[in-house]
Design a protein around this ligand. Sequence first.
Ligand code: IPD
Ligand code: CA
Length: 264
Amino acid sequence: MSTPNELRLFAAELAREAGELARRRQSEGVALAATKSTMADIVTEADREVEAFIRQRLREVRPDDGFLGEESGDATGTSGLTWVVDPIDGTVNYASGIAFYSTSIAVVQGSDPDTWQNVAGAVCAPALDELFTAAVGEGAWLGDERLQVVESWPAGALLATGFGYDPATHAGDLATVARVMPLARDLRRCGSAAIDLAYVAAGRMDGFFERGLNPWDYAGGAALIAEAGGEFIVLGEPTEARRMYIGGPSALVSSIRERIENES
Ligand code: IPD
Ligand code: CA
């Protein structure tokens, strides 16, 4: 049995090593491996290599735990814990030479995203030289700085969002942005949901909303936000395509939710 804090430290070590591998590969030149759901949904050789590296380390050190990764699918474990891994979140940035990409690793109790409980998480942004970590009951951290979501936004909230890869969804997502904008001081679309969520946990941005995320996009960041005193919620039924994910301090999450649920 490991404590949440021990799992946090292991997630942090893995995320740092994986992030460094991604960064090294980027400096050698990024090779596109394939496209996935749409032409814009790319996967690089490095996405696959970094996930294989993380998965192998987990196999060696924590063979009884389950796994859910963006590139290599899932495996059921026997311990009740699942590692949820996005090897490179922000792949388009990564392939374009933009620094906003990250490795996100979470460990949760359970295997269903709708019911699992956060245990620990780490988001490493290697080109920004930052590693965010959290463990349940132990807080969220950037190095030895304890993180706290922002509780007031007198000039309006600084919000982050993102868009899916399918151009057919862009008009709807922009309409949602228009609904939410009256709450905002300004809006950011940085290109890595994991970094967006880490920044909300760190109080650099106030809140986040995006439709259609996958569990590996948000699992690490959701753990950070929860331990930084905030909330991360999903709207809609599990069967629904492109559910809405919202993170931030509870009052802001409620305001964003209200505006989105009143969409017509
Ligand atoms: C994407 C990023 C992006 C978000 C997309 C995600 P990927 O993940 O997190 O910010 O807007 O919804 O799919 O594909 O770069 O791992
Ligand atoms: Ca992702």
